[in-house]
Structure formats: structure tokens, C-alpha cells
Design a protein around this ligand. Sequence first.
Ligand code: HEM
Length: 588
Amino acid sequence: MTFSIFTSWTALVVGVLALLLTLLYRAALPKPIPGIPYNHASVRSIFGDIPGMMKWKAETRETFTWMTEQCKLLNAPMVQLFVKPFSLPWVIVTDARECLDVLTRRSKEFDRSSFTTDVVLPILREHHFPFPSGPKQRAHRALLSDLMTPAFLNEVAAPRLYHATLELLQLWRRKAELAGGHPFAAQEDIANTALDTIWAASIGEEARTINAQIEVIAKCSAIELPSKQDLPVMFPKALVPYDIECIRAVIGSMEVGLASPLPGLSYWFYLKRPSIRRAFNRKDLMLSNALKDSRDRLGSEEKDIGNVPIRSAMDYVLRRELLQARKERRPPRLDGSHATVLKDELFGFLLAGHETTSTTLQWGMKLLTDHQEVQARLHESLRDAIPTAAAEGRQPSYVEITNSKVPYLDAVIEEILRCGGTAAAQARQCLFETELLGVRLPKGTNVLFMTNGPSFVSPPMAVDERLRSQSCQEAKDKIGEWDSQDLSEFKPERWLSTDSEGRVDINWQAGPNAQFGGGARGCFGRKFAYLEMRTVMTIVFWNFKLLPVPAELSSYRAYDSVAHVPQQFFIRLAPIQEKIREMQNVGK
Ligand code: HEM
């Protein structure tokens, strides 16, 4: 009898458990949004599309190309993917008009996505980028409001950018001499230039990463050259200062969140690693020191803060708070949580402004290496636009670079942005149930608008015009449409237009490009990015020809981190044989 009671209880418990597990399993199975194509095999497993995504990632190191690929496989401009257990599917859209419409005209329905927040918040903490739009996000963003003014860009950013670019020039001249026509890996040189620039612009001090490299190379009288001309040469590397290593480790952490279906959990483990904790602590200490230095220079009550020379973004942000405090007759808010916000905003500025421009420049130089005719025309256009520097055989000054009108350079930069695809996707989340391309999306759905596929860089997929939102239909003619015949080609001319008097100019509206996002949450640093790209491209293509490199060194594969970064970036430099005066004569 005892035995049979035990058996019935056991059976009951097992039955209830089995029922619960079945219910849990069913709850965990992907739930498609009606009306959006998906991979039917994926809804039969609680892991949904995760295995497919991980396999692609393991094979290619890329994530965003896999998303676009799903639209192509399902032959639809809008598909859904199941990449997060117990969550709504992600909706993937490959249509430029819908992308721009949502970013710029539908911000009341679509805001910063939880996809972005999950990946970015653990790294940037109090920076406004991962926050949903609202008073807190606006207050934090307002701290940076002086940083895209002509005063900051022309007086602080431009000279620092120019200085870092001339150091790159010096390094590459020496490398070109030593390399004897062999290609070499240049990823770090560009990343270092971008870091030196944004570091100096952010906190007013020099990171000196390029300078350290110049010193190492200066000690080499010769280096070992491989037997074949197409094999790359290896240069000795400068030791990376610990501070820079820490900054890189913090920025690199973002790859962990991006690669994981559960970023929160992955970060929880990753950020506990002693080396990573040390890197975050060191980064915080560096920013605290920079804040203190800035405060010491600007902060005295007696000083006329308005007249203290401003050296950096940190100075600008601080001065704004000091002036505000004075106006409101209160002490400046520079301690505790206020200091954390300031430091995180500055760090976000540094992070966002470093990896993205460095990546875009790398794509740019790769593309120009593979398009010698574009390089030649760019070189000529620069000389025509800055004739005095050309006639005097000197470098263009930063004032000449910022003030000259070079439509072909603008077109080249725009085309690099389009084809390089540094920002491979723009993410938004529905604030409430709403409609996209004729389908009701539940509140909270994450939508990723891909910029790396159909209608941006390959022929568009058909969309029934009637399914588009009213605002999208009304804006049909505001931006041109690319000719689908040559959409996959790198062709800067597509951005140029000629007026009735034969004058050529850049046409920013020639066709869609969404590399800086758009609307109220669009890229804050766009002007800085253009300034940096103009400066580096001008100096590099004024001084060098980038000769072709062998196919084995010029793959267009990437890895996805803060940006969509090329896996390979090799250059073969041929200095342009012209008498260019020594570098000390090239100031303002
Ligand atoms: C080629 C270079 C760059 C690219 C491709 C790029 C791209 C982007 C993109 C796609 C976004 C999100 C926009 C959206 O969701 O609509 C963004 C946001 C942002 N970017 Fe950039 N960016 C670049 C350079 C910079 C630079 C140089 C800075 C600063 C110096 C910067 C600072 C920011 C900030 C602060 C945000 C957050 C804006 C917000 O949430 O309100 N970016 N950027």
C-alpha cells in the first residue's frame, strides 16, 4: 500500500513536471509576427535562428551580413529572425526608403532599440547613446552641445586632427622608404591616428601612439624584406602604453555583447575578469584626472571663465557647467553622480569618434587602392582646389583643407560611406503597436534597417508602394534613387551633379545613404567625422599613391564590433615624387 501511494505521488509529480516543462518549452518556442516571412525550421526549436547566426559568425566573424542574407534567402525586403529566447522576433528590413522614413519622420513611433541598449549600456553607462529618448537622454546630450559648433571644430578639433595626420604622413614616408615597394598592414596606423586625434580633442592631451611608432621606426636603418614583391613586410611595433591598452580593452568589450544572444549575461561574466575590471578602473581614473586638470585650469571663481583658453571637449563641457552654475548662483555640479555623467559622456564621445572614423578611413583607402582611376582624379581635384599649396610645393594647411570646396573629395567620402558600410544596420524599437510595410508590429519589436544590402549597395527588392507609410509615400522624390544597374559599383560620380552653366557640385540628395542614422537620434559627431575624413584623405592622397595589393591581402570581409571593421587593410605606398617643402613649414 505504502509502495502504491509512493508510486502515484511520483507519477503525479513527474506528470506535473512534464506538463510544466512542455508549457515552458512551448512558451520558449519562437512566436512569429503574422505577415512577415521567416525560416520555418527555426520556429521548431527554442534556439530559433541562433545556431544559424552563430555558424555564420564563426565562419566569417560577421553578424550583420548574415541578417541581410536572410532577406535574400527568403526573397523579401522584410523578414523576422528569432535570436533571443522568450522575446519578440527581430524584424530585418532591407529597404532604404523605409529606413530613412522611420529614422527621420517616425521618431514618435520608433526610438532607440533595446538591441542597442543591451549592447552599449554596460560599456557606456551614463552616456546618452543607449538611453531611450526623453528628459534624461536630452539632459546628458546637452552637455555636449558646444562640441559641434564651428568654434570647437575649427579651433580645437581641426588643428589636432591636422597635427595627428602630419604625424601619420611622417610615419608612412619612412615606412614607404623601408618597405621597398612591399605592402604592409596599416590598420593600426589609421586606428592610432584616429585615437590620437579624438584623445587630444577630448581631453587636450596627447596619446602619442603614432609618435611612439615613429620613434621605433626611426631606429631602423633597414628591415628584412620578403623574397617576393607581393609579400607583406612586417615593421617592429612600439609598445602600447598601458592607458591606451585599457581604452582599447574597454572599447573592444563591445564585441562580446554584439556576438551574444544574451548580452546582459555575457557581459556579467566578461566584466568580472580581473584584467577587464582593471581596464575599466584605469579608464575611469584617466577621465577623473582629466576632469580635475580641466577644473584646475578653468574652475577658479575669480577667473573670467569665458576668457580662459579652451583646449579640449572636456574644457568646453566643464565651462558650460561652470557658467551655468554662476548664472544660477549655485555651486557647480562636478562631484559624485554628476562627475560620472561628465566622464561617461566624454568617454562615449571618444569611443564613438574613434572606431567609426578609423573604420571608414580604412574602407576608403581599400576602395581607392582598388580604384586607381578614382585616386588619380582625387589627386588632381585636390591640387586644383588648393592651387597655392600645389604651386608652392607644400602641404595644404588645415585652414586650406577646411575652407576649400572640393566636390569630388566630398563625393569620394560619400561613396566610401555608402560602400564601406561602417554602420551596417540602424536599429529602432516600436514604442507601441504600429504598422511597417503593411504589417502590425507589436510594441517593443526591434527593427534593424540594414544598410549593407538591397537598395543601398545592391539592387532593391520590390515593395508595393501602397504598403508604405503615408510619410514615406509623400517623401518619395525628396531623395533620388540609385540606378540599380551600377549600384554595387564604387562610383563617386553618382554623387555629383552639373548645373546649366557646367559647374559640378556635390548632390547630397542624389540617393540614399544612412551611415549616420537620422532624425533626433542621428549621429551627433557627423561634422567631426567629415572634418577628420577630409583632412586625412587630403593629406594622404596629396602625398601618396596607394598601389594595388595582391588579392590575398585585399579581402572585403569584416568583423562586427563598434563598427563593421575590415579584417584586412594592407597598403603599398608610392610617395608622389614632387618637391614638397619640409614639414616644419606647413603650419597654419
Ligand atoms: C564615419 C564616422 C561615423 C559614423 C559612420 C557614425 C555613425 C553613427 C550612427 C549610425 C549612430 C546612431 C544613429 C542613429 O541611431 O540614428 C551614431 C550616433 C552617435 N555618434 Fe556617430 N558616427 C561617426 C562618427 C562619430 C564621431 C566622430 C562622433 C563624435 C566625435 C560620434 C558621436 C556619436 C554620438 C554621441 C552618437 C549618439 C547620438 C544619440 O544617441 O543621440 N560619431 N553615429
